[in-house]
Design a protein around this ligand. Structure first.
Ligand code: FAD
Length: 292
């Protein structure tokens, strides 16, 4: 099932993100966690891919398992930065052979050891190069791309970022998923600007439930996201009590999703990070709205 065909419904639907194991040793525990999430019957599940090859080995195995055992459509992430054409073509051939129809085309973060390197010789500099590669390998792939309501950290201005985003979409992205954000107004503002720039594909907002205080610093470092005072107060109050923090973080994410739906957004992607209990609680909080 292509993700683009799931995005035109009027009711709210959730998708969940998982990440593959780093080593074979963790494979079974990750597989079990992703299966627990698949049992919640989300609209689709995405499986991340480590830039530079770190966790790339098991992405396809996890995606295939979810799809074949539970019938949940999967979105396989693929990055291209610092990869050779040969490696990327090989990966695309494997994805195609596994019958995966949906691919998230990403550049990936530049590995620290390659910062400042002469990029002119790299086979891939931006996600748009991968979008083109995927389209030429299989015009039927449903392709997703990443977008940044608070602008990508490497962009000088939001105007530049949106201009490059439009080029990426025009190259063949069928939909976009956003970086996490904790203030929905940033998303609404971004949507207005990208629609004005002529980007018309569906946008899936990405919501990260913060379930422990340590995650806050990590999430900000990773995404550069703005933390509203309302969220900071919650971390101040509950950060030292793991159970209370988890409950408050899930409530905050649920509240964000309800507000998105109330404002006309029907597809929300939850960065559930291999935590079936968190995914289940969010889904449970929304049971009447989701009709599940
Ligand atoms: P690009 O679209 O290439 O954009 C990167 C920067 O380059 C932006 O500033 C953009 O404006 C600029 N740019 C784009 N095209 C051009 C051009 N032609 N000329 C000049 N500048 C240009 N990382 C992983 O390693 N694995 C994952 O599975 C993963 N999943 C993700 C899922 C989502 C939804 C998101 C939002 C991010 C994900 N990331 C993942 C992180 C992502 O790889 C990084 O944010 C990375 O720095 C940028 O990737 P991109 O695909 O957005 O790159």
């Amino acid at each position: 099932m292509k993700i683009i065909d799931l995005l035109n419904q009027k009711a709210l639907s959730l998708s969940f993100e998982v990440f593959p194991p780093k080593t074979q040793m963790n494979f079974d525990s990750v597989k079990t966690a992703t299966e627990e999430i698949a049992k919640l019957c989300p609209a689709f599940m995405s499986v991340t891919y480590g830039a530079g090859g770190g966790t790339s080995k098991y992405t396809l195995d996890i995606a295939k398992n979810i799809k074949e055992l539970y019938g949940v459509p999967t979105l396989e992430h693929l990055t291209c930065v610092s990869s050779t054409k040969e490696t990327v073509k090989q990966k695309i051939a494997e994805i195609k052979a596994a019958g995966i129809e949906n691919v998230m085309a990403l550049r990936g973060d530049i590995p620290p050891e390659l910062e400042g390197a002469d990029r002119s010789r790299w086979d891939y500099n931006h996600a748009i190069d991968l979008v083109r590669e995927l389209k030429s390998a299989n015009p039927d792939f449903c392709i997703g791309g990443a977008c940044y309501p608070e602008i990508h950290p490497e962009s000088a201005t939001q105007k530049d970022d949106i201009m490059h985003l439009k080029e990426k979409v025009d190259a063949g992205c069928d939909f976009l998923t956003t970086q996490m954000f904790f203030d929905n107004n940033l998303l609404y503002n971004f949507l207005y600007k990208i629609r004005e720039a002529g980007i018309t594909v569906p946008i899936i907002p990405g919501i990260m439930p913060i379930t422990n205080a340590n995650q806050v610093a990590r999430a900000i470092k990773l995404s550069g996201s703005f933390m509203p005072q309302r969220f900071k107060s919650l971390v101040d109050k509950f950060g030292s009590d793991p159970n209370a923090m988890k409950q408050a973080g899930i409530a905050y994410a649920t509240d964000q999703i309800i507000d998105l739906y109330a404002n006309g957004i029907t597809n929300v992607h939850v960065y559930s990070m291999n935590k079936p209990d968190v995914a289940a609680k969010i889904q449970g909080n929304l049971s009447d709205i989701l009709g599940k």
